[in-house]
Design a binder for this molecule. Structure first.
Ligand code: NAG
Ligand code: NAG
Ligand code: NAG
Ligand code: NAG
Ligand code: NAG
Ligand code: NAG
Ligand code: NAG
Ligand code: NAG
Length: 380
């Protein structure tokens, strides 16, 4: 495999990202996904869900556009990402949906903001807005937004190699499900924090016209803010090109570096939107029947397509910021243009899912690093 320019530049980006700005709270706009070009710099999965056992085919960019499963509304400039709600699926088949991964990765020292008006919900529906490194679990995963079926609250989490725990968070949520972020703990549950706001997921989210999620990926820790539309800070609603996280108040979820060495356990993250159906999380019968009745696949995936009328993201924009004065954007291959890009491997087919079963990619070396990481935490 040829050495890519990105892999040569990456150590430089990390050095720049981590040396002068360890305590960064000031960020400058680095990349925007917005309007008619929203979908240009993402890779469509173009294969069935072989990651979380969902009953979906994640369509190609071409099919997504042709079937209006991924499109930008010209009037509002909002991007829609949706499940097929017009096809009756025959037994044994899967329903079409979308999974997109950003071509660029974002190193430690990044912050991303997503403005959404609607998030997918409904029985069998499992949406997520999240990120992971190409190598999983070694490079870590940050789940900013996730939930299933008719749940009413967003759940946030990290998934890492062993050695990351949530210790002394400064966060507004008091609903902490689990604190061990290791993929090997509790069947890769992650270290989960629930947003107590009923406007953070499902119909409650949509009826408040949604809001903005902010994910800060800093050496000092990972933080997530959620602002319902009426409370979006003016720096965000005014589309300012620099932001200061100290003006955002206490985040709803926070994983300080005290219990989780971010630089050691996280690599540059690719951003992902996906909606799957049933599968390991939504389709788990004990979870499914908490909010829905019947059988996930038979009664919903095969059922009336109108069951998916609410299974869509409506996104105002995604903006990525870098700590002031540096760039944290890692391109897959800066030199690739036109057909050259086709020779790079599809990054979204590597790694694992928001809640996939881990372990496959862990190597002996990674386990060794994890053991050292765990020791480091104990010594702190
Ligand atoms: C993103 O990657 C996909 C293929 O993976 C490619 O088709 C698309 O052109 C890329 N977008 C940009 C802006 O490079
Ligand atoms: C999923 O399918 C893709 C495309 O065939 C393949 O590259 C990838 O290894 C598969 N992933 C898993 C976890 O099976
Ligand atoms: C795209 O659509 C074509 C024509 O309907 C179909 O043959 C193909 O399987 C679809 N591909 C995906 C990944 O959905
Ligand atoms: C987290 O889980 C891993 C895997 O089960 C375990 O090795 C580690 O000791 C746990 N960490 C803590 C702090 O309990
Ligand atoms: C935000 O401002 C940038 C320029 O800084 C512009 O390119 C972009 O279109 C604006 N986005 C929105 C959502 O208005
Ligand atoms: C928690 O975060 C807030 C907002 O950034 C800050 O004012 C406060 O000092 C922090 N508290 C602790 C205990 O660190
Ligand atoms: C929900 O599913 C669990 C596990 O399959 C089962 O034990 C339980 O009886 C179910 N509850 C209802 C209300 O169907
Ligand atoms: C699919 O759902 C949308 C609302 O999200 C609705 O406008 C549209 O009419 C539905 N499509 C069909 C074929 O019912």
């Amino acid at each position: 495999m040829p050495i890519s320019l990105a892999s040569l530049l990456y150590p430089l980006a990390v050095a720049l990202a981590t040396l002068p700005c360890a305590q960064a709270t000031q960020y400058s706009l680095a990349k925007e996904y917005y309007g008619s070009s929203f979908f240009d710099a993402w890779t469509f999965y173009n294969y069935y869900d072989n990651l979380t056992n969902g009953d979906t085919i994640f369509v190609s960019a071409q099919n997504a556009s042709a079937d209006k499963l991924a499109y930008v509304d010209p009037t509002t400039s909002h991007a829609f990402i949706r499940v097929d709600n017009f096809t009756t699926v025959p037994y044994n088949d899967k329903r079409n949906s979308v999974r997109i991964t950003s071509n660029d990765s974002y190193a430690v020292g990044s912050l991303w903001v997503t403005d959404m008006y609607h998030v997918p919900y409904g029985c069998s529906v499992w949406p997520s807005w999240w990120s992971q490194a190409v190598q999983w679990p070694q490079g870590g995963e940050i789940d900013t937004f996730e939930g299933v079926n008719l749940q009413t609250n967003n759940q946030m989490s990290l998934h890492t190699e062993t050695g990351c725990t949530q210790v002394l968070p400064n966060e507004t949520s008091t609903m902490v499900t689990s604190t061990n972020c290791s993929y090997a703990a509790n069947e890769n549950q992650g270290c989960v924090v629930i947003d107590p706001s009923l406007a953070s997921f499902g119909a409650g989210f949509a009826s408040a016209s949604g809001g903005a999620f902010v994910t800060e990926f800093a050496t000092t820790g990972i933080s997530i803010w959620y602002f319902p539309r009426s409370q979006i800070p003016s720096t965000l609603s005014n589309n300012e090109s620099t932001i200061d996280t100290t003006t955002f108040g206490i985040p709803v979820g926070n994983w300080p570096a005290t219990g989780c060495n971010i630089q050691e356990l996280f690599q540059p993250q690719q951003l992902i939107f996906d909606i799957t159906l049933c599968g390991d999380f939504a389709g788990n019968s004990a979870i499914f029947n908490q909010t829905c009745t019947g059988v996930c696949y038979n009664d919903y995936v095969l059922g009336p397509p109108s069951g998916y009328d609410n299974a869509y993201f409506e996104v105002g924009y995604v903006r990525v910021f870098s700590a002031a004065g540096i760039s944290t954007v890692v391109s897959p291959s800066t030199s690739a243009s036109g057909s050259a890009a086709g020779t790079t491997s599809n990054p979204s087919t590597q790694g694992n899912s928001a809640s996939g079963l881990g372990g496959k990619y862990a190597s002996v070396v990674a386990s060794l690093f994890a053991a050292i990481g765990g020791l480091g935490v104990m010594l702190l």
